[in-house]
Design a binder for this molecule. Sequence first.
Ligand code: HOZ
Length: 425
Amino acid sequence: MSMEKLFAEANRFIPGGVDSPVRAFGGVGGTPVFMERGSGARVYDTDGKEYIDYLGSWGPLIVGHAHPRVVAAIRDQAGKGTSFGAPSELETDLARRVCGLVPACEKVRFVSSGTEATMSAIRLARGVTGRQGVVKVAGCYHGHVDSLLVSAGSGVLTLSLPGSPGVPDALAALTHVIPYNDPAALERLLVEKGSEIACIILEPVAGNMGVIPPAAKYLKKVRELTREHGVLMILDEVMTGFRVHAGGAQTLFGIKPDLSCFGKVIGGGLPVGAFGGRADLMDQLAPVGPVYQAGTLSGNPLAMRAGIETLDILAEDGTYRRMEEVSGALQAGLTQAATAAGLTVTANRVGSMMTMFFTAGPVTDFDSATQSDTGLYAKYFHGMLKRGVYVAPSQFEAAFVSSLHGDAELEATLKAARETFGEMT
Ligand code: HOZ
């Protein structure tokens, strides 16, 4: 069946034909490609066409598609049972690893998605501080949590939505939005309203308005200001956790937040989320403390096994170094190819996360990200797609490099990019 037919059929039963809006190609136009299978750094559509994959399922597949060790672990666990609704040692095993890798996490609780992780972390912050206000950063995205859809990135930004109907005004009014990389704006807000604010939540490396690294000392300043005002600092590491560094962006930049949110990589491609932090805060959660949070499939054994195996593969010597080398070469090669074709681009990258912006830059926040020419991004996307390279179908997302992207993928990607950029000018 053609992609058009598959999409039309999907639209009959699924709103917009997709289960997550940004997959629908709204930001780049055209018909979404339906995928059938993946292997290593590659995915294959229903026509059997092969693509070098830089979507990586939006981040989880850091060791590639269907890694034999991850598949074996899932198969083994499936034979033993897919869910118990009772504690299993697997949860303790993965929690121990998370706490071992991320110094700010003394205890962690598993949930089933990144959205659940951020939603629960905010409830906990409100519960322990007795304050209701939340600070978020324009262009950061923390899942589709009611309080956090204001000025959100990802699909909300891709589709140019102002927010979402269905979010009560009273709740939205409790969310204060400040620009990324602007500690002075946070300081002004906290001086004025600090005593009403429970927490700030931000992505340490923004990934949902395209990739934007934190300015020097930005995160340290946020840490100082939040401490000064008794406001909890929550780092959303759903994208960056175990990706930009084994201990996440917080370890890379030497920051100790109060709470952290994870997802994607720690589920090894299965649905998972987690939030963790100081033991005194985490122990305010039920059943120890009064802040309620629960889930039937939380700590799901299949996801735990896939996550444990993925972290084990990542822990092997040289894995992060190789991803850094390939990602650096990709950033340099794409910039060079675009410039040679007469295009003005800014390629932002932190570790194996990267975004090509079609603007002179620098791209440091929401306003500068939205200066990028999204029409050119759409042409870049389709040119690459035609040539068998799959990047995110939105300007305001990241390209992810896996541990299985190597020289062959790099060479083929840069060849496709040279041809694509040549066609665009
Ligand atoms: N939250 C993802 C983008 N940052 C999108 C998830 C999806 O569409 O699969």
